[in-house]
Write a protein that binds this ligand. Structure first.
Ligand SMILES: Nc1ncnc2c1ncn2[C@@H]1O[C@H](COP(=O)(O)OP(=O)(O)O)[C@@H](O)[C@H]1O
Ligand SMILES: [Mg+2]
Length: 583
């Protein structure tokens, strides 16, 4: 969650400038829209100006030409105003939607390149809120704020100029009142910014909680967690509502306040002008023009005062988007490329801590794995097995030490080339809501042929159940594969790894979702897969790793024993104890 602090004006400026930078490619459309706004704004003083000939000419002097002209002029004026208004709205929205789409695309692309750490630190719900709610806020705020600033700004200027032209003495009163209004607006601005940021964070919390509950709906049912989830959700929902009301209260209070100030100004003007009118005999038309201009002045002034609320919302939202866009990407500075590794892996003095204030997950690990060797990692949960496996594809960069692949430090390889060498099957099977064929062929540049799919499916002992499905390989398996059993999902993941045919295989409790029967089946397939590959296997059942070339026993992030099954048993240490536990 973003820490709470108030944005300095300089920081706010930087955000404006960055947003402008995103608008830059579309400056023609933007300029077109602005011209619409300016023309629209010009019609307001023109309308006020029409009052003078309308009243003096038509009603007072009964000039027949003027009587005929007036309706046409009025219609003409509103026609121009209508067209200008359309141009303004349409093209500004056009630019706004473009910028939103651009920002979304950039953010999504950035997310795909963000390091694993970033996802560990930011909840999925918060990231989703950025991509949906916050981006929309930027667009809405920017478009309406620009419209108000330019269109209403010009309207106010035009009307004031017109009034000044009509009667300079009276108009001065507005110039005195101006700073008072500005003060009120400045006060409101601060509050808006604070509330906006809080609201935005709450919306992030809201999506986070909702998303968790949706993902865990079975768990919620099974453990009767409905009340807990509802309470959690409602608390945030209520907090958001209260904050929103605070913001609305500020907005609602500031508008009438400014109106009151301006109404006072108008009252003074009306009083002064009637007094003056008595003395100088101002025409009825001139007086009407002046009063109409003043009346027209109020709505844009009112909007100009609430433009802050919008701007602040937009800035806060934009800031959160830029936070994502500025986040570090995965470090991919390596330049060396391996076409197909032989598969020699070395860990040299590798230690890794997930956070500086946490105990290291692995400590001073030295490990040499020969090409084609099958190494098993065992140890209690939390002993660091998965961490060792995650460091190899550089999901995390080790805090200390070096890892080499075929004697090349893995940091010197491009990430793409490094990861192309590794097939990974982990405990949590990740499947997309897509067809079985696309799930198995995920990551293949060219979609695999049916024959190739069948072959890997057969090796992964998945062909039988796939062919029993009504649409076979074209069956869409639902969100994360809900239509399949855990074992079936895991066999698809194994088939996917087989199809990738990489020289290094990482199996992180890959068969944990299978029953003993299925595991025995698939073990044969895995054994076959492993023969030509360097394999790092982490198993929850010791029976599946008895045939490994070497077994490493981990305890608190250190290798405490290593050797073959029989040797380790004979040693009577950690491994023997694990074995006697019957796992
Ligand atoms: N993404 C992570 N962020 C912070 N700590 C983690 C993360 N993953 C694992 N850990 C911690 O690192 C230690 C080793 O975890 P792990 O390698 O997953 O163990 P194993 O796979 O042997 O069960 C544990 O104490 C765990 O809490
Ligand atoms: Mg693990």
């Amino acid at each position: 969650m973003t820490p709470e602090f108030v944005l300095t004006p300089a920081a706010a400026h930087a955000v404006y400038r960055r947003l402008l930078h995103h608008i830059k490619p579309y400056w023609r459309m933007f300029a077109f829209s602005i011209s619409g706004m300016v023309i629209f704004a010009a019609t307001e003083p023109l309308f006020a100006a029409l009052m003078k000939p309308l009243i003096d000419g038509s009603f007072v002097e009964r000039d027949i030409d003027m009587v005929r002209m007036m309706p046409l002029l009025l219609i003409g004026l509103f026609l121009v105003r209508g067209i200008a208004g359309f141009i303004n709205t349409y093209f500004l929205s056009w630019v706004g939607r473009r910028v939103v789409a651009d920002l979304r695309a950039q953010m999504f692309a950035h997310l795909l390149r963000a390091p694993t750490r970033y996802f560990d630190q930011h909840g999925a719900g918060h990231l989703l809120a950025k991509l949906t709610y916050n981006v929309e806020n930027v667009a809405n705020a920017a478009t309406s704020a620009v419209t108000t600033l330019v269109r209403d700004g010009f309207t106010v200027l035009g009307l004031m100029a017109f009034m000044l032209y009509l009667n300079a003495g009276l108009s001065v009163i507005f110039l005195i009142i101006g700073p008072v209004m500005a003060g009120a607006v400045k006060y409101a601005t601060k509050r808006f910014r604070r509330h906006s940021r809080r609201i935005q964070d709450r919306i992030g919390d809201l999506t986070q909680v909702a998303q968790e509950a949706i993902d865990a709906q079975r768990l919620v049912k099974a453990f009767g967690g409905q009340l807990r989830e509802a309470t959690r959700f409602n608390a945030i929902n209520e907090k958001t509502r209260v904050l929103q009301m605070k913001m609305i209260a500020t907005e609602a209070a500031s508008v009438p306040l400014v109106q009151l100030i301006s109404a006072a100004a108008i009252a003074v003007v009306v009083y002064l002008s009637t007094m003056q009118g008595l003395k100088e005999n101002i025409s009825v038309g001139t007086f009407m023009s002046f009063v109409v201009a003043m009346g027209l002045l109020l709505p844009p002034v009112k909007r100009l005062t609430s433009v802050n609320a919008q701007l602040q919302r937009g800035i806060i939202a934009a800031e959160s988007l830029f936070e994502l866009l500025d986040a570090d990407e995965e470090d991919d500075r390596g330049t060396r490329v391996l076409t197909r590794a032989a598969g020699q892996i070395d860990y040299r003095g590798v230690s890794h801590s997930y956070a500086t204030d946490k105990l290291p997950a692995i400590q001073d690990l030295n490990l040499h794995i020969a090409p084609g060797e099958k190494v098993a990692l065992v140890g209690r949960s939390g002993s660091g097995k998965s961490t060792i496996a995650s460091l190899l594809p550089r999901f995390y960069d080790a805090s200390a030490g070096e890892i080499l692949l075929d004697n090349i430090p893995i940091r010197e390889l491009t990430l793409a080339s490094l990861r192309a060498q590794i097939s990974l099957v982990s405990q949590e099977v990740v499947l997309f809501n897509d067809s079985i064929a696309n799930n198995i062929g995920y990551g293949c540049a060219i979609p695999p042929t049916l024959a190739a799919l069948k072959q890997v499916a057969a090796s992964a002992h998945a062909l039988e159940f796939i062919e029993a499905l009504p649409q076979g390989f074209d069956t869409v398996i639902g969100d994360r594969g809900v239509m399949l059993s855990g074992g079936q999902r895991q066999r698809l993941a194994i088939a996917r790894a087989m199809l990738k045919d990489a020289p290094i295989l990482i199996l992180d409790e890959a068969t944990s979702a299978l029953d003993t029967e299925a595991e025995r089946h698939i073990q044969a397939a895995l054994n076959e897969l492993m023969t030509q590959r360097t394999t790092l296997m982490i198993a929850h059942r010791l029976s599946t790793i008895e045939h490994a070339d070497r077994i490493l026993v981990l305890h608190d992030g250190r290798i405490v024993e290593q050797g073959r099954h029989a040797e380790l048993l004979a040693l009577g240490g950690y491994y023997a104890r694990l074995h006697h536990l019957g796992i």
